[in-house]
Design a protein around this ligand. Structure first.
Ligand code: SF4
Ligand code: SF4
Ligand code: SF4
Length: 334
């Protein structure tokens, strides 16, 4: 494919800008940038949907630790009821449900929980899209952080994230971007993230990336139905929750999706039935967009067009995600 400005604009309008750019750049590999790599001291979370009981202690812990207000979205004025991530909510537990909902962690006549939050991408689109470096990735831990004082409110990060995570606080006089920063203030005090601290079953655990990788492999090797021990809070806490192992789908979400993430997921239900976009490329959107920007600068084409490609790609992922929601009718909120 010959890469002209005209066919690029057409591709951008159709949401295939990134693919068009990649096809072109494949013929000039010297210009392409690779996915960024995990930092040496990368940390993260593992969320295992099969262990989650939907208690929402993680959500309460998050609100408390981050001084976030409650939301009443069902008008009962009884408890905090966020329906999705929002300017007031950094993490939310959602439910997949199908048919009679008799079988936990099964797609057919079953149900499953899923935790939504920032995935702390290895090569984050939000960092790449931010024109003033208000979104940054910590060079040692890989935590994707936000600096409200640098933010100009352009919301490029909101548009660029393939997981629909950053939320703009429309209903405050001084709006900021809201998203999980892996409880960086607690990490600085030698504590672990509040969601992992509060989780009673080991569904959400904190660790170094290699520790979590080992735990993922350990869980995947378990025989479904046999009793096993699952550590609470951290992989080496020594405080275990005992229960039968579940049958996992053959996909560790975040291992490679969109270039990989430092928050990874295990599930018994295919991820296309949970509130996560599937079919994302292993090449990060940031690698594509920055390669494209480099090329376009060279050709004196407006870099804003490159952002259009990044946004189109993210929007397409988000649309697939919402289409999945509708097709499966599977996501309600407990
Ligand atoms: S999930 Fe979205 S907000 Fe979080 S690091 Fe990745 S691109 Fe940024
Ligand atoms: S790491 Fe902290 S901010 Fe992020 S979801 Fe967990 S409790 Fe909330
Ligand atoms: S605290 Fe743990 S078990 Fe409870 S909803 Fe959150 S992840 Fe699930």
């Amino acid at each position: 494919m010959t890469f002209t400005r005209r066919n690029f604009l057409r591709a951008a309008a159709g949401g295939t800008a990134a693919a068009a750019a990649c096809a072109t750049l494949a013929s000039s590999p010297a210009e392409a940038r690779d996915n960024k790599k995990l930092p040496d001291n990368a940390i993260g979370l593992l969320y295992d949907s099969t262990l989650c009981i939907g208690c929402k202690a993680c959500m309460s812990g998050c609100k408390d630790a981050n001084d976030l207000p409650l939301e009443d979205n069902i008008g009962e004025k009884l408890w905090d009821t966020p329906l999705e991530l929002s300017g007031k909510t950094y993490t939310v537990i959602k439910i997949y449900q199908h048919g009679t909902m008799e079988n936990k962690d099964k797609a057919e006549n079953g149900f499953a929980h899923i935790k939504r939050q920032c995935l702390h991408c290895v090569d984050p689109s939000c960092v790449s899209a931010c024109p003033v470096s208000a979104m940054t990735k910590h060079e040692k831990t890989g935590v994707v952080e936000y600096n409200k004082d640098a933010c100009i409110g352009c919301r490029y990060c909101v548009a660029a994230c393939p997981f629909g995570v950053p939320q703009f606080q429309y209903d405050t006089p001084t709006p900021q971007i809201a998203k999980c920063q892996l409880c960086k203030h607690r990490l600085a005090e030698g504590k672990i993230p509040a969601c992992a601290q509060q989780c009673p079953t080991g569904a959400t655990i904190f660790g170094t990336y290699p520790q979590l990788s080992a735990e993922i492999e350990r869980r995947k090797a378990m025989k479904a139905g046999e009793p096993n021990l699952f550590p609470r809070r951290t992989t080496d806490s020594g405080d275990n929750h005992e229960r039968a192992a579940a049958e996992y789908v053959d996909h560790v979400y975040g291992q490679k999706d969109a270039g990989g993430t430092q928050v990874r997921y295990l599930s018994g239900v295919p991820f296309d039935k949970l509130a996560l976009p599937v079919g994302l490329p292993e090449r990060s959107y940031a690698a594509d967009s920055e390669t494209l920007q480099h090329t376009l600068y060279g050709g004196l084409i407006l870099p804003g067009v490159a952002l259009a490609g990044l946004v189109a790609a993210a929007w397409r992922g988000s649309k697939d995600h919402h289409d999945d929601d509708e097709n499966h009718g599977g996501h309600s909120h407990g």
